[in-house]
Ligand binder design. Sequence first.
Ligand code: ARG
Length: 573
Amino acid sequence: MELLDTTLSDWMTGVFASCFPDHDLESVEIAVVATTVEGFGDYQCNAAMGLARVLQQNPRRIAESVVNSGADHEAVEKLEIAGPGFINIYLNTDWIAAQIVAMGGDPRLGVPVPGEGQRVVMDYGAPNIAKPLHIGHLRSHNIGSAIDRMLRFIGYEVVADNHLGDWGTQFGITIMGWRESGDAEALEQSPMAELERLYVESYEKTKTDEDWLTCCRQELVKLQAGDEENTALWRRFVELSLKELERIYARLGIRYDLSRGESFYNDQLPDTVSDLEARGLARPSEGAIVVFLEEEGLPACIVRKSDGGFNYATTDIATVRSRVEQLAASRIIYVTDERQQLHFKQVFAIAARLGYTASLEHVWFGLMRLPQGAFSTREGNVIRLDALLDEAEERARAVVAESSPDIPPDQQDEIARMVGIGAVKYADLSQNPQSAVTFTWEKALALNGNSGPYLQYACARISSVLDKYAERHPAVSLAEYPVILGESVERKLAVHLLQFAGIVIQAGENFRPNVLADYLYELAGMYSTFYQNVPFLRADEGVRESRVRLCGIVADVLRQGLSLLGIETPKRI
Ligand code: ARG
């Protein structure tokens, strides 16, 4: 199956070119888009307006030439001109039905694999460990993993690599905290709480006590130089943190192919810097080694500090090299919050100077704030990610208990898990990633409106219609009945279904899970209009089977779409 938008745009491009052979229009992209207003066709092309100047004709005349050219396409029933020169495209209903049949018979629901043959490293999540995850950590994991799922689905060979912050300043601070007041038993019993206590207390001290701050830095330098005692402590802290992280990842349904934290690259840092120097890209400046990036209009990037330590950027340069050379990545996609834009501009500029041609892309997102402002582990005003997930499941549990009291309790728990986690994920993914989000419990746990649970519920309701049909008509093979799109609501629903493939590609390639979320929400709305306005199980034979088939595809698209967002769909709610 071809993409509907592309098919129509390519066709229109050709039609324009042949209507105006004296102008070079072959290379002009003539866009065709889905119509949003009822009564103006299924698709529309507004190119006549844009071409008026080039063609030196009024747009209406241009549109007339196109419409009267006699050009046809199997998908198109008729063309009409509206207003100053809009071309409305009406699709052929039999063609739509045939496409729906093909889509229903395809396990991929018509989604092609344009990414095939390309290896992409996805860098998301990547928390600084030895500190508990809080709600601010949700977005990178959540948005990153949705992009990961979408890119995999459209054929990319994705290597998800968790670039853990397992080597930074927080270890100097925590090691000093441990020296001062470490409690071995507490570390055994509740490791994250103990690590957090050590970190927060020690960090507090750095604010008022210069000597303490110096000691923290020295402990880090010792660790990075391979000091035995610090290395042992570091190992233990990392091990405990990773265990905790795995638990949360299991809850969130996130799985990495690799977890190469910053420490993985530690040995490569001296070489990375000397390589930059040898190639004349970095030079000494005030005791440090610096890459000057004036040409790119960026501030200089210190790759080795005057105390001999390396920076976050140095590690990222070594990481690019390893991903390109060892992992053969042709693209690397980084998902972090907006504050790292400059960092990645610098790293990408340096990588380009080093001659790496892989495409490096930074997907940044707006920060998550509490209504009362920003939060941070250091200040202690955080909502733990764990606590958020617990609360979400609990609230969902109450809803499930009320809506389906007949379901056995352990199954209710399982449904509540899917609904609660789904709500949290969807609330985040359904917004434009680049807008800042203010966290509120109400929004994160919304169970209706444009929410995860609403879509899960729509999916479950459709499943039950399908079950009911199967109960009443056990021996029927639906595929033997044609798809008939007699009513305008079902025709509209069918056209929307055909847009799924294009939406998945657009959402994946543009790193915008919200595009897919919006699409699914609209689909669920159209489905309920359809369901409420035409008889279904009570329709005549033939029409009934056609509607049941359509309904099955809606359920499949909702399920597949939600799964690309990392959201599970319970059979019942
Ligand atoms: N650990 C960093 C942080 O918490 C994010 C790492 C992103 N990935 C990278 N390759 N720099 O801010």
